[in-house]
Structure formats: C-alpha cells, structure tokens
Design a protein around this ligand. Structure first.
Ligand code: SF4
Length: 274
C-alpha cells in the first residue's frame, strides 16, 4: 500500500502563531484550550508549563493570560481586562476580522447573520459583538425559518464551506432589501479542504488526523467521505485499526489545521510498520 500526504495539511498560520506565543511565554495560562488539539496542549503543559483555565475564576493571580486562537466573548474580554493587564492575545487575526465586522455592521443598523455552529467558541465570540438581532444559522433551511430585517450582513465561521456560504448569500439577496456579504472563510481551511478532496479522489482509504472536537477536522472528514467512503478520523497513531487497510492500494492522509506535524509523522510511521 502506498501512503500519500495531502499537499496542504496540518497547522495553519493562526495556530502556528498561537503556539509560538505560548512557547515564548512559559508558565502562563490560556483561557480555554489554546487550540483544539489535546496532544499539543499537553505538550505545551509538559514542556512550557502552559496550563489551561476554563474560566476567569480559575486563573491564578500573577499569571500571564493567553487568549485562545478562536477568541473569546466580548464580555469575557472586558472582565479579563478588569482582572489583569498581563494579557497576550493569540486570537487568530482571521477570527478577529469577523468580530470587528459584526460589531461595525451592528452599529450601522444591519442585522448580522452568522453562518456557523452556534456551540463553537469562535461563533460565540463573533456573536457577542453582533448585537441583539443577530442570528446564527447552520444551514439554508434554518435561515428560511428565521425572521429577517430589511438590511442584513452575512459573515461566516472561518471553517465553513464556500459553496454553502454562497447559497445562503443567494437566499438572503432574494429575501432582503439590502445584503452585505463578507466572506470570512479562512484560506488555510480552504487550501486544506481542496488538497484533501483531490487526494480522496485517488485514494481507496483516507485518514484524517486531528482533534475530534476540532470543527475543521470534522469538516475535512465529511469532504473526503464524498469521494472515499473508507475514511477515518484519528487523533493519533494509537487509534489506527489494521483492518482498515487490508487489500487497500493507496492510503491518503490529511490533517486538521490544529494538528501538529509530529502527530502526522507518528501516524505515517505506524502505517509503514503495518
Ligand atoms: S484555520 Fe484559519 S482562522 Fe482558524 S486559526 Fe487557522 S488561520 Fe486562523
């Protein structure tokens, strides 16, 4: 069996930046998980003593606080400022951008429509800047059931698919008098998705390596399943099952934007042992 890595996969710009900030600030604490990958957050804890606080109340006094890659809600940011001045903002600039757009559109009187998963920390953060009329929709049918104002502004969670975003934009244009469309989908996600899609077309088994709570990793899995039904999501080499690869000729590997290179290498080396 041949093993082929997607031409684009793994750590994106925003995650690399956040990890660099954490490594440069040992003994600090991150508010929430810095990135959605428990193996990497464990490594930061073991090598750099960077711990995780689930809330502001859990932050030990005197500690430097790092804001996670996906950002935090506006009121939490304000409260954090009251508790400490020693804050390092590792929010990815591609996440800060929709926060700013949401705030501005709300101030200008537009109803903000966010295409995304309302339970995701990034979306909760963006929503907190978007005003009381804002809505979050995960799909076109949800949008059809929602009441809309005449003037709306559409933005997206960074990890969403461009096709679905375009389809929501079309629905809004038909329903509202004025629609402002901001494509806030991140290119890193898009590049990873296209490379994974291309690889899935030629592979007869696909592995997606990444955190099971990572939105862009789960999205990658659903994309590759369209072309390669034998696709599996694993967090690391220990989850590999030899039976998946019996009789297969080409195994493709891709990885979410928060998956470090060393985990991808471990998975690849385990496959070579098979
Ligand atoms: S996937 Fe994009 S938005 Fe998310 S952290 Fe990476 S660069 Fe930033």
């Amino acid at each position: 069996m041949l093993i082929k890595l997607a031409t684009n996969c793994g750590f994106c710009f925003g995650v690399k930046r956040a990890i660099r900030l954490a490594e440069n600030n040992p003994n600090s604490v991150t508010l929430g998980e810095l990135i959605h990958n428990s193996k990497e957050t464990d490594r930061l804890k073991n090598r750099f003593a960077v711990s995780i606080a689930r809330s502001i109340d859990e932050i030990e006094s005197g500690k430097k606080v790092i804001i996670r890659t996906h950002g935090i809600e506006k009121k939490v940011r304000e409260r954090l400022g009251e508790v400490t001045n020693d804050v390092i903002d590792a929010t990815c600039p591609f996440v800060t951008k929709p926060q700013r757009i949401a705030e501005q559109m709300n101030q200008e009187g537009y109803q903000v429509v966010i295409f995304g998963d309302k339970t995701h920390p990034e979306v909760k953060g963006v929503l907190s800047y978007a005003g009381k009329d804002a809505i979050v929709v995960a799909a076109a049918d949800e949008l059809r059931r929602s009441g809309l104002k005449d003037r709306v502004a559409l933005i997206s969670q960074t990890t969403k698919s461009i096709e679905k975003f375009a389809s929501l934009a079309e629905d809004l244009i038909k329903r509202c008098k004025e629609t402002r469309i901001y494509n806030t989908i991140c290119n890193a996600t898009f590049d990873n998705q296209e490379a994974a899609r291309a690889l899935a077309k030629e592979a007869d088994v696909m592995l997606i390596v990444g955190g099971k709570n990572s939105s862009n990793t789960k999205q990658l899995l659903s994309i590759v399943k369209e072309d390669c039904s034998d696709s599996y999501l694993v967090e690391g080499k220990d989850e590999l099952d030899r039976a998946w690869f019996e009789g297969k000729k080409l195994c493709g590997i891709s990885a979410g934007a928060s998956t470090p290179h060393w985990i991808i290498e471990e998975v690849k080396n385990s496959l070579l042992e098979f």
